[in-house]
Write a protein of this length. Structure first.
Length: 159
């Protein structure tokens, strides 16, 4: 009889345990949920920054291509403008505003090689190319030395 009385006292003392256990589980679930939200938003920011940096790099590449085209025009007497600023990569698109600017400076004399691209040779004339691409908050710069190219037709008169 004494044992039954002690068991009954122990069971009667456990009446308030459900509420504290429930609150502990609720706190653990809230912490896990908050952690998941933080990780997800961080991943979204990383992905957005990567996308913008890629767009900025390709915009800078577009600037170098445009500068090379302007150099060819310069060599064959078509234009004197070797620079431009705030050119939209896709002027018809309103979904993003990736822009580039480029500047080409004529150099002559012995040209020291620089890291980057080297294209052809033409009468010892070279051009420093600087292109900057921008997309959102990202920016990418490309600096290179280009040696002017002249097609064989220019020497042979088209023959």
């Amino acid at each position: 009889m004494k044992i039954k009385k002690q068991v009954g006292m122990i069971l009667s003392n456990e009446k308030g345990m459900v509420l504290p256990l429930g609150l502990m589980f609720l706190a653990i679930i809230a912490i896990l949920g908050t952690t998941a939200v933080i990780i997800t938003t961080t991943d979204l920011k990383i992905g957005t920054n990567y996308k913008l940096s890629q767009q900025a790099f390709y915009a800078a590449e577009a600037g170098t291509s445009r500068a090379m085209s302007k150099i060819e025009d310069f060599i064959f007497g078509g234009t004197e403008a070797l620079s431009d600023t705030d050119v939209k990569v896709d002027p018809t698109s309103s979904s993003y505003a990736a822009t580039y600017e480029y500047k080409a400076e004529k150099r002559s004399g012995p040209l020291q090689p620089r890291a980057g691209y080297e294209v052809g040779v033409w009468a010892g004339v070279g051009f420093n190319l600087n292109a900057i691409g921008r997309s959102g908050t990202a920016q990418s710069k490309i600096k290179m030395l280009s040696r002017a190219t002249v097609p064989i037709d220019a020497y042979t008169g088209g023959k």
